[in-house]
Design a protein around this ligand. Structure first.
Ligand code: ADP
Length: 167
């Protein structure tokens, strides 16, 4: 990504609901269509250690019930992890993903188009919010999360045809 100002990398996970529903291709296409570049990817069955590393502050933020529900959900099947690169990619990817709770996510966003569950429903039933996608919230979080998920050698630098319109 060289020295080009404004080019960022961000971590995305397609959660087990997205993978088991066969939405990997469709969701990836949305990011590719927006000219974001895939610079790393892998499929992983998370364990508790990786879940703790990834969601290190979730228990503090929401308490053990939510943490445990999310941890169990994230280990129900493999996740599809990848890193996207582009202009202000962190915020752009969050915009394409939509609001955390699918009932509040706008139509046209991934969470708004492929789910509808609310936080109230999830909490009343001890369920995780199955919202298909994780995307880093800010640049510092993106750097930390990319480090958790990928080794330096797994991150690729290459030119795409679309680069002439991006960088
Ligand atoms: P985001 O994933 O949009 O950055 P958060 O970091 O706030 O949102 O939450 C992390 C994940 O934890 C959410 O994506 C969702 O799957 C789950 N989650 C958040 N709040 C709740 C809740 N109240 N009940 C159950 N699961 C929740």
């Amino acid at each position: 990504m060289g020295d080009v100002t404004g080019i960022e990398r961000t971590l995305v996970l397609l959660k087990p609901d997205a993978v088991s529903r066969g939405l990997v291709g469709r969701v990836l296409s949305r990011f590719e269509d927006a000219l974001l570049k895939i610079v790393a990817c892998k499929m992983v069955l998370m364990d508790e250690e990786l879940n703790r590393q990834h969601y290190f502050d979730l228990e503090d933020r929401f308490g053990p019930e939510v943490y445990n529900a999310v941890a169990a959900f994230m280990q129900t099947g493999p996740v599809f992890a990848f890193v996207l690169e582009g202009v202000e990619a962190v915020a752009i990817v969050r915009k394409l993903v939509g609001a955390t709770y699918p009932d509040q996510a706008a139509p046209g966003t991934i969470r708004g188009d492929y789910a509808h569950q609310s936080k109230a429903y999830a909490n009343a039933n001890g369920l995780p919010v199955a919202n298909l996608v994780h995307a880093s919230a800010n640049l510092a979080e993106a750097k930390r999360e990319i480090d958790v998920w990928f080794a330096e050698g797994e991150l690729h630098e290459y030119r795409t045809l679309a680069d002439r319109y991006v960088s």
